[in-house]
Design a binder for this molecule. Structure first.
Ligand SMILES: [Zn+2]
Length: 671
């Protein structure tokens, strides 16, 4: 009785209008006037710890490529790199690696990894030129390039943008004031040089990826309030590729569109209009990104959230490739957009890429990766496919196979995802906008530090359990995202179900919290069916996409012309199934979930969920050019099916290596 009374009295449910005023968080680096107040604010590195499956992913990275790229890929990430003063690679790949290594090192609080990253950070800081330039020194004119490395022009603005992100993250973890000094000097240098040497002076990447530069300029403004930074921001914006117009217009809706839209730039550019929106808060910038994402989905989209982009945008046939860099850059774009807008659409989309696409594009030991993955992927080997500018082995699991950008850039995926599970709020509370097992320390209210422990088997299970730890009773708002796919969420406080008003899919519990308080969020997951290329069927449930389980035969290959061995994967069971229409119409799928979830659930053996449904093989659907042939249209494949029906098993997309995730559908004709 006492407990009930307490809940009734203490719960005050905020309407969003209080929240959306010009409040700004008091404890962390957040937008300062004249920049638009942001509803959510990123926490410093180290505040959020991964637990459960997410911790396992980080540990695999530590023991795999992220922890060892300096030896595995020493020609580029070893001591001769230009970013360490050497004469080797002087472009994006070294900084790419460190951009993932820094968050990994500080989230795991791992001394060895921190030391590896520190070398690169210290070199940049100690070797900044008098005029503010930092990074690799220009090479002598008679220099002969080392094969396998990329020099570009060492003055190129683009790779600096990656190192800016590294320094920003490192500062949040350490408060090393040398970073602020370096950035101020560098941005003064940029302000002086950009009129003569614009962002695209050396490569077009600098102009297409200017949003990443812009984000760090605003962040430094929020710390220093140096007015020249806002002028520099306008210059950078003017010199950056006009993503707002591109996403709002028809270019994305074309195949191989011109101006050339590279798949990774399209993902990375998504953040740019909304980064700039902080300085010029006009609706058109928000609208452009949504319009761009709709166009991508309509014309190039797959059920897994990615799009056909094997170099250029290449349509929505689910055997077109999607690049690993596109996946991690799209995630980072959403992670940048989410705290500025508070729009849960981006949180859901972020989970979709992280919990479906990301786990399957590297091997279980995190020692090999795929350059491209396919939504319908039935054979992985070193043969030719219908990719733009095809080089073979682009879908094999290798190191430098395909093209080595992803080998260096993949590391930011999981660590930054963990870093964006939690935010501080503009009303000095805590927000859980993306879900996964974790623990967070946040300053709330007037500066009291509280810890929240999040225990869950999400994305596989529906329950999320939060425990509050605090030294004293403290009043603060706790924001929880209600996923857009969830129709009947429930929230319980200390075992009692409570009604919480939600606005824009965010529930806010504003009350005085005590140590040991428990919030339980239940997010029932229903099947959702969607239709894609040739009316192919996609099956989702909650944050997960489901795909046909195909037995795998993994073969390690050594081949002349490749730096390293790579893995090919051959199917040991059939894949050319169509799903029976009535199974979908009657929502007749049978689901089985295992009680215990394995530490690494992302493989065939450990798949925690199996969905059974009826299907029949389509003999006309065969291989073409080493991929699953064009999907028979779902409009009329019935007469083509084999007579007998089978029960097939679907598992979470992220657990598959070979898969069909977009299916033909057939109906049984009544005679
Ligand atoms: Zn790449």
């Amino acid at each position: 009785m006492k407990k009930l009374l307490l809940i009734t009295i203490a719960l005050v449910f905020f309407a969003f209008n209080t929240f959306s005023k010009d409040n700004r968080n008091s404890h962390y680096v957040t937008n300062q006037p004249p920049l638009k107040a942001q509803p959510y604010t990123a926490l410093p590195l180290g505040a959020i710890k991964a637990k459960g499956m997410l911790l396992k992913m980080l540990e695999l990275q530590r023991d795999g490529l992220t922890g060892h790229l300096d030896s595995v890929y020493s020609i580029v990430c070893g001591d001769n790199n230009g970013w360490l003063g050497g004469t080797g690679d002087g472009w994006e790949r070294g900084p790419y690696w460190i951009d993932g290594l820094v968050p990994l090192a500080y989230i795991l609080d791992d001394a060895e990894l921190k030391a590896k990253a520190q070398k690169w950070i210290d070199w940049s800081i100690k070797n900044q030129r008098e005029d503010g330039y930092f990074g690799p020194n220009p090479l002598p004119e008679d220099y002969v390039r080392i094969p396998g490395t990329q020099q570009g022009q060492r003055e190129d603005w683009w790779p600096k943008m990656v190192m800016l992100k590294v320094l920003q993250q490192y500062y949040t973890a350490t408060n090393d004031e040398r970073v602020i000094k370096l950035l101020l000097n560098y941005f003064k240098y940029q302000q002086q040089m950009l009129p003569k040497f614009p962002l695209d002076h050396w490569t077009f990447w600098g102009s297409q990826r200017g949003g990443d530069n812009l984000a760090v300029v605003y962040w430094l403004f929020n710390i220093t309030r140096e007015k020249f930074l806002l002028e520099l921001a306008e210059t950078i914006k003017k010199q950056t590729f006009d993503w707002t117009t591109i996403y709002s217009g028809n270019a994305i809706r074309q195949l191989n569109p011109l101006p050339q839209l590279h798949c990774v730039n399209v993902a990375q550019g998504l953040k740019e209009p909304i980064i700039y929106y902080q300085q010029r808060p006009e609706q058109k910038y928000l609208d452009a990104v949504k319009a761009g994402l709709s166009a991508l989905k309509d014309c190039h989209g797959f059920v897994n959230g990615m799009y056909g982009g094997d170099e250029r945008l290449h349509g929505n046939d689910p055997t077109q490739g999607s690049e690993l860099c596109s996946a991690v850059e799209m995630m980072f774009s959403f992670e940048s957009i989410l705290p500025i807008t508070g729009d849960v659409f981006y949180a859901g989309y972020l989970e979709k890429v992280a919990y479906n696409v990301l786990p399957t594009q590297s091997t279980d030991d995190y020692m090999r990766k795929q350059y491209f993955q396919q939504a319908n992927q039935v054979l992985i080997n070193d043969t030719e496919r219908n990719f733009f500018n095809d080089k073979n082995a682009r879908i094999a699991y290798g190191t430098t196979s395909g093209y080595p950008c992803c080998l260096a850039n993949m590391h930011q995926g999981w660590p930054k995802f963990v870093q964006n599970l939690w935010y501080a709020t503009s009303d000095n509370g805590i927000a859980a906008l993306v879900y996964g097992s974790s623990e967070v320390k946040v300053k709330v209210a007037g500066g009291v530090e509280v810890t929240v422990v999040e225990k869950t088997d999400y994305p596989f299970k529906e329950n999320i359990h939060f425990t509050i730890q605090a030294d004293k009773r403290t009043k603060f708002p706790f924001h929880l995202r209600i996923p857009q796919w969830c129709k009947n969420p429930t929230i319980a406080l200390n075992g009692q179900k409570v009604e919480v008003q939600t606005k824009n899919n965010i529930a806010v519990i504003d009350r005085e919290w005590s140590a040991g308080d428990i919030v339980e969020l239940n997010l029932p997951m229903d099947f959702q069916f969607s239709y894609w290329y040739e009316n192919s069927l996609g099956i989702e449930r909650g944050p997960l996409v489901y795909a046909l389980k195909i037995e795998e035969d993994w073969r390690e290959v050594t081949k002349e012309g490749y730096d390293d061995t790579f893995w090919e994967v051959f199917p040991k069971s059939p894949w050319n199934y169509a799903i029976l229409r009535s199974e979908i119409d009657n929502n007749n799928l049978k689901i089985e979930t295992t009680e215990n979830i394995a530490a690494n659930p992302w493989n065939l053996k450990n798949a925690p969920i199996t969905v059974k449904t009826k299907a029949s093989r389509l003999p006309i659907w065969q291989m073409e050019r080493n991929s699953a042939g064009r999907i028979p249209s779902s409009a009329s494949p019935a007469r083509e099916t084999e007579k007998h029906e089978e029960v097939i098993e679907l598992i979470p997309y992220g657990c598959t290596t070979l898969r069909i995730s977009q299916f033909p559908v057939y109906s049984v004709r009544r005679q």
